[in-house]
Design a protein around this ligand. Structure first.
Ligand SMILES: [Ca+2]
Ligand SMILES: [Ca+2]
Length: 356
């Protein structure tokens, strides 16, 4: 065969491969999915949240923490100001957010908060806030102690480790220990793009404690939200590009064993677990391609999904809310408290709805 023929065959094979990957990627990102509006009555936007509330979690007494102002590579960011953590008292009828003061030797100017998790120490009732932070594009976990009377976070420590290279979300399981998801395997920008384009399932879940750091589960295409069951026996992880929530059981030595996967039919981001019922509340991206383009003229929509009885034979998956982007853009988290449903987004607004 002549050189030209070999070259032609190679070009055709490459074009076919790229074409196949594009089709696969469009399929995985649910790019042709059209959303039907599914509104809840009595929703209102939370005043003062304009630059995202990527993750939200609520304490038992109704105080919500909101992680705001995330700057994530490839996604819009409409403010140059550093990120902030706000609180919102869900018993306050005015729903007024309050910025938390950060005390101690902490660089607030480069604060870029992402996933969050709270841990309450049963011994003394102290509340710790764990925050994934990306200063200068790096990946690290900050641990703070929350002092409600002062509306302040006292900086305790920063955790960096080579296994914690692209952390998206965390769940705290002790005052200094947590599980974390990585959303990419590579840290180089071009390789990260190749990894996404080829939909490589190379992401993992990492367990960290002062005594040990280890990768405890792998095979995720883009590890995202992570949370724990109320009895602390099971972990839930969103494998966002596979449209699944993976359920794993925590074994001795913090290692995880696979239990099951639940299809959600959407690209679900963070996971909140109802402490009373054990239900999962998911903030999801109904169309991943629109989310990646984030075109203000054709905005990505928002979707909230609830999973009931996840450990039973027949988990019930329900769409609770859906919007085409005319109300909120790019929902990443949803959490229920009483009759309230709080919905946060990656880089835009936050909404609170009445479920009754
Ligand atoms: Ca979280
Ligand atoms: Ca996330």
């Amino acid at each position: 065969m002549g050189k030209l023929a070999v070259l032609s065959l190679a070009v055709i094979a490459l074009a076919a491969f790229i074409g196949e990957r594009l089709v696969a990627f469009r399929h995985l990102s649910l790019s042709s999915r059209e959303l039907t509006q599914n509104y809840l009555p009595n929703c209102r936007l939370i005043k003062g949240i304009e630059y995202g509330a990527e993750d939200i979690t609520v304490l038992e007494d109704g105080l919500a923490f909101l992680s705001t102002g995330l700057k994530y590579p490839g996604l819009p960011s409409y403010s140059d100001d550093p990120g902030k953590i706000y609180t919102l008292n869900l018993f306050d009828l005015d729903l007024k957010i309050e910025g938390l003061k950060i005390k101690g030797q902490f660089d607030k100017g480069s604060f870029n908060p992402h996933g969050i998790s709270v841990y309450t120490d049963e011994k003394d009732g102290a509340v710790y806030l764990f925050v994934v932070n990306h200063p200068q594009g790096n990946s690290q976990v900050e641990i703070f102690r929350f002092v409600e009377g002062e509306n302040a976070l006292y900086y305790i420590k920063t955790i960096r480790h080579e296994l914690l290279h692209n952390v998206n979300d965390i769940v705290a399981v002790g005052t200094e220990s947590f599980y974390a998801t990585n959303d990419h395997y590579f840290i180089n920008g071009i390789l990260m793009f190749v990894e996404s384009f080829l939909s490589l399932s190379w992401c993992d879940v990492v367990y960290y404690s002062p005594q040990t750091v280890q990768s405890v589960a792998g095979g995720f295409t883009f590890g995202n939200g992570i949370n724990i069951s109320p009895d602390k026996r099971h972990l839930y992880v969103s494998d966002i590009m596979k449209h699944k929530i993976k359920v794993m059981e925590i074994q001795k030595n913090a290692v995880l064993s696979h239990v099951k996967e639940v299809d959600v039919g959407s690209l679900c981001d963070n996971i909140e677990v109802d402490r009373e019922s054990g239900d999962l509340w998911l903030g999801c991206h109904p169309n991943g391609l629109k989310f990646m383009y984030s075109d203000p003229n054709d905005p990505p929509g928002s979707e909230v999904i609830r999973i009931e009885n996840i450990l039973s034979e027949k988990p019930k998956v329900t769409q609770v809310y859906a919007d085409d982007g005319s109300v909120i853009v790019g929902s990443s988290v949803a959490t229920r408290y009483g009759r309230n449903l709080l919905i946060g987004t990656v880089y835009q607004k936050a909404l609170i709805c009445d479920l009754e």
